[in-house]
Design a protein around this ligand. Structure first.
Ligand SMILES: [Zn+2]
Length: 242
């Protein structure tokens, strides 16, 4: 499959020139338009004998569908001054502290109505990167602690932990016993992070989703169904941040 990541053209939707990426896929049987769930880009998949020109007019024909999907999509929240992001499900205001040299730290709210602050030191243009790195370290520390407890409960040594940014899953377990997690779990409530840590740790014993596996998960994380509900309903919005 030929993948083109640069926009191939534009269609005008409600007076705005919207970039369209055309992907030629020899296995596609017809034109399909969709929104890339991660980037929000408009993508037209074109079949073997398709053309970019036809793909762009296909996008234009579906402009009202595209406009509706774009409306539904939550707007991204960059890691910049004044934006509010959840940390362990508690809202924090990002505050740049260019004069400080302390990395990233949390300050308690001022007064009862205020929000806690997530303070980022150093040059503002490096703030997003610094905050992302810090959130990944926090995620790794929390996940490692929870996974170690669950491994101990199973009588197993702790698995190797990786923290990444996958789009479609919150955690995974490789056949070699490496547990991978999304750093975005640090944005979710602790019972959710704990459930995902328990789930992947249970795979060290059962590398499947069989009955015994689920029974094991339920013993480690009795909050499973609440956590699964939370991830289904609120999980997708965690990809807005950063
Ligand atoms: Zn699983």
């Amino acid at each position: 499959m030929t993948r083109q990541t640069e926009p191939t053209g534009h269609v005008e939707i409600d007076g705005e020139a919207v970039a369209v990426r055309v992907r030629l896929n020899p296995r596609a049987r017809r034109y399909v338009v969709r929104l890339d769930p991660r980037s929000g880009h408009v993508v037209v998949v074109a079949p073997k004998r398709g053309s970019v020109k036809r793909a762009l007019s296909f996008a234009y024909e579906h402009r009202s569908w595209i406009a509706a999907r774009r409306q539904e999509r939550p707007s991204p929240i960059p890691f910049e001054e004044g934006h509010i992001i959840p940390l362990r499900d508690t809202p924090h205001t990002i505050t740049q502290r260019p004069e400080a040299r302390r990395g990233v730290w949390v300050e308690a709210p001022e007064g009862q109505a205020g929000l806690a602050r997530l303070c980022v030191s150093g040059r503002p243009e490096h703030g997003a990167r610094r905050l992302t790195d810090w959130l990944k370290r926090e995620a790794r520390a929390d996940i490692t602690a929870r996974a170690a407890l669950h491994a101990h409960a199973l009588g197993l040594p702790s698995g190797r932990i990786q923290v990444r940014d996958p789009f479609s899953r919150w955690g995974s377990c490789s056949s070699t016993g490496t547990l991978s997690f999304s750093w975005r779990l640090i944005l979710a409530p602790e019972f959710v992070l704990d459930y995902v840590a328990a789930h992947e740790t249970a795979h060290l014993k059962h590398l499947n989703h069989g009955k015994q596996f689920w029974a094991q998960v339920d013993r480690l994380a009795p909050q499973r169904s609440a956590a699964e509900d939370w991830l289904r309903v609120k999980g997708p919005a965690l990809h807005r941040y950063g």
